[in-house]
Design a protein around this ligand. Sequence first.
Ligand SMILES: Cc1ncc(COP(=O)(O)O)c(C=O)c1O
Length: 471
Amino acid sequence: MVPKSSARTDASDLADIDRRYAFHPFTGLAEHEKSGPATVMVRGEGVWLHDNRDRRYLDGMAGLWCVNVGYGRREIGEAMHSQAITLPYCHAFSSQCSDIPTLLAERIIQMAPVPMSKVFFGNSGSDANDTQVKLVWYYNNSRGKPLKKKIISRQRGYHGVTIMSGGMTGLSGIHSGFDLPLSFVKHTTAPHRLWEGFGLGDSDFVAKLVSDLERLIEKEGAETIGAMIVEPVMGAGGVIVPPAGYHEAIRQVLDHHDILLIADEVICGFGRLGHMFGSQAVGLQPDLVTIAKGVTSAYFPLSGCLVSEKVWRTIVDGGKKYGVFGHGYTYSAHPIGAAVAMANLDIVDKENLVAAAASKGAYMHEQLRAAFADHPMVGEIRGFGLIGAVELVSRQDPPLAFDPKLGVAGRVAKKAMQNGVITRALPSADTLAFSPPLIVSTSEIDTLVSGVRDALDEVQEQLGSEGVWQP
Ligand SMILES: Cc1ncc(COP(=O)(O)O)c(C=O)c1O
């Protein structure tokens, strides 16, 4: 084994190797090829990441909203090790079954936010959402409704990056250059009050969103629409919390038009909103549920599609027409992933992390309001459970966005990182996100919030000295 202290792990060496050989996701490629990474992470513990220059960073994003139990959990490492030397791999094709994935399937179905019948395992949120669309198509083909294929998604929704899930994602940065979205994906209005319903109360805003959805369904024809996909609370699109009554109202419309509802619980599932699933927190009653991230706290890539009995029965019937169900991945129901999920869910239960997310979340929102409410660059502070956002605007009332070319939130996130706290500038607007591991302490929340506020003040000063913005 190459020792950790080898010359190959020297800070500048590693950054240069990365600059020369690594093709990074969601990265300015020319800039990276020129300058390389800002730092090289080598270790994680609790909510802290450590780089190879002995600096530490409070990870206010739990990686990408996923390391819910925090870094360095021995129980998970041991479960992974033990599974790797017992049964490292076993496929699940042709009815082949292994012990731990089977027990995980039972556990997940028993936990589901609404009654569900089966779970199909995959490797990422993106491939699980792809599978969901294939299930919707197979379902409608099986029941003799082959025209019902279009998928409704929402502007600013994030569902992944494969051709299909990237198409359902409602963010232009994920479409540009990739010939997306596909013609059969239709995006409706996001429940983002700042930009879509400024000044409206909950019921008026819900009415507007419902009427936009109904208009879209009428234009496209309900007989051509198979499903709508929604996140309970939208994550990467801006941490957007829907108005009260929204999901119930949407469900009624979909039921009326015989359209399935997919809940994308990739971020919200497993405690983030202070409920085991986001659907429970916001009154969402899905036919299909997508899980990933928090099921393993990202210690191993594992995702799943939960399927209701109604959809399952029809898919089973489809076998009479189509034969053996022709979909699956080499790594579906991976035994190591399943062992990791079991150990991770044990921690979530034993340490009451769902309740912790609710109480720490309430504390985090108090601190966010206290730190940001008086700031002239802040348009909205929002969130739910242990997920929050501060959206930056150049004018507060009526709100006006900053010129995207200024990259204001990106500058704040960069400064915060230099100061040792990690937030994320979300791709859709100048929004800073907060989604720390569920084990975060109140004093760590204080450090996170004050670190980002300091960074915002520095950027405000910078914009002033550049002469591009004054309060
Ligand atoms: C709600 C949601 N769905 C799907 C995905 C895609 O998951 P993955 O990156 O594992 O493909 C993400 C990723 O952030 C997500 O936030």
